[in-house]
Design a binder for this molecule. Sequence first.
Ligand code: ZN
Ligand code: ZN
Ligand code: ZN
Length: 495
Amino acid sequence: MKLSTRKAFVGRRKMKSKQRERAIVVEKSMVTTPTSVTKERSASETKLNVFGIDMEEMLRQSGAPACHFEECYLFVQKSIMLDFFSILLCPMCKQPGLTFATSSGELGFATKARLACEVCDKVVKEDFLCERVGGSKSQTDPFDVNLRATLAFRGIGCGHSAMKEWASTMNLAHVMSYDAYRTAHQKIADASRHTFQEIASKSREAIVSAYNEIGEHPDENGILNIAVSFDGSWQKRGFTSHNGIAAVIDLLTGLPIDFEVLSNFCIKCKAVEGEQEDLEWKKRHEPNCPKNFEGTAGAMEVACAKKLWSRSIEKCNFRYATILSDGDSKAFDAVTSLNPYGTGVQIQKEDCVNHVSKRMGMALRNLVAISKAQKVQLSGKGKLTQEKITKIQNYYGRAIKDNSCDIQLLKKRIMAVLLHLSSTNKMPKHMHCPPGEHSWCFWQRAIAKSTVPESHEEHETLPPDIGKKPVPIFLRLSDEALLKRCARQKNTKSN
Ligand SMILES: [Zn+2]
Ligand SMILES: [Zn+2]
Ligand SMILES: [Zn+2]
């Protein structure tokens, strides 16, 4: 819309009567001290991380300028802003009498302003008080402030009516129209999709290298078997929701792999229900119709699972060969009967703790095999024998089972296994081993019973040079996020 006529503006006299009005005013040239710059910037970044992904990046994708301090927004009370201008002299006639007027809406949170002189009757400056996304001059592009506002409300799970409510409570001069909100929303949705695709492809690379680290590699066709957790959620509680989402998350890294959104409702299709079928309209509407599922909300999770499992190879080069049990086996039953990977790969359902401890065993065996190929002998008497690996695997699993309420203690207990194994008579390192008479650590058992600990030779700890080798494996498998996932699962199960 154009705001070049005087009519679109409220004159100075009129403005005086409206001096209690408040408005959002965007001012770009006011710069404060560098300390407040940093403070402001980090605050904005925190705020923009609402979806758990880099919203700054997302805004860049959607064309919005990055959040530099010069680009930030300020809340300004209009009457005070007018006072500021009233003391200035007109740059043309050098007389006081500047009027500052703003547009009367239709631009959402954006405002167009005009600075004019009453004395010489000239317009000093007339412009928008904020930019369109990416500084675009195209009138079809949304204003940055409107895009951000939409993103913010979406981020806290609210929509346009909440935005209107907020704007009215804040006494803002204007608010976005529903259409403008929809447009901005669409732009954000496109950007999110694009960003997710980029994140997903990076995630897949990270997952493959994490599995490589613990000795699991893709097969000859480049397909990797992984363990995932699968979870569905609905827009509303109960089974009345029209929209459902389910996601597949890799267990080892915690990275999201793929998701599916199902909806059994379309407001536009509902509106024409019962009317004579308009084929032209249907053709136009179909590509944008959000309804992609016939069935109840309860059936959505299973339908999502089937979709995700059947496209895992084609889309991600993964077989979701292990699904972590969460008590509800509907999704597992569905993918088992779907049998997406043929008879060669049976999908397993497994407990998180058991699965992760098996990973420890697998990784250690792999370490021995790799070292052997490099002519470094890690197995053999007094070294990393099969027996010892099984022991480590069990200690590790027990640490998770016993300490999952305290992640920091759990990490300590896991590292204790390694320290215990590299202990010698000269240098015992059992300070983090679990205390008590029933501890798996002979040293701690002896201390609990007030006896002298037996010699380390009798307990076959590892020679120091070999004890160092599994450190990267222990670091990977004591990753906080991984342990938290196991703990969460264990704790919800015991509830
Ligand atoms: Zn003038
Ligand atoms: Zn529809
Ligand atoms: Zn010990």
